[in-house]
Design a protein around this ligand. Structure first.
Ligand code: ZN
Length: 168
């Protein structure tokens, strides 16, 4: 299991790089990410959250783990949906976030095969949330400044915690 990076860790704000090598090492990292996601009781986990600046994430919306490498969002519906989100890197914070209801995406599997598919509703939400992580974007960036201001004490506490964990 990997250590999950908490808000305040600078890696969460960096842009990840495309995966270029599809080898056993990549498979091992993705497998360990799936493990870490389940142990953390999450539905998605992006590579930067466990210290790898690589454009990949894992997700499970109830039909088993999906490993997504080098994702691209090709199309998004104009229709939006608001629902509550949380994040393993922002423990105990849950806020309503507006996302496209439907997306068309392409990505590669762990062995480099190209996949093109569509997601709607909950799976589309998870995909967009994890995709954001690859560009250093967190879900709290997508809520109103007023709501974010209310989170300030919790966020400061997380920054303190992430600094402590980095020292270990
Ligand atoms: Zn997240």
């Amino acid at each position: 299991m990997y250590r999950i990076r908490i808000y305040g860790d600078p890696i969460l704000r960096q842009k990840s790089k495309p995966v270029e090598t599809f080898d056993e090492n990549l498979n091992e990292i993705l497998e360990e990410m799936v493990e870490t996601m389940y142990l953390g009781d999450g539905v998605g986990l992006a590579a930067p959250q466990v210290g790898f600046l690589l454009r990949m994430f894992v997700m499970d919306y109830g039909e088993g783990p999906i490993k997504v490498v080098n994702p691209v969002i090709l199309e998004m519906s104009e229709e939006k949906e608001v629902d509550e989100e949380g994040c393993l890197s922002l423990p105990d914070i849950f806020e309503d976030v507006e996302r496209a209801k439907w997306i068309k995406v392409k990505y590669q599997t762990q062995s480099g095969e190209a996949v093109e598919r569509e997601f709607e509703g909950y799976p589309a939400r998870i995909f967009q949330h994890e995709y954001d992580h690859l560009d250093g974007i967190l879900f709290i960036d997508r809520i109103s400044p007023a709501k974010r201001a209310l989170l300030k004490p919790k966020l400061l506490e997380l920054i303190r915690r992430s600094k402590q964990e980095a020292k270990r």
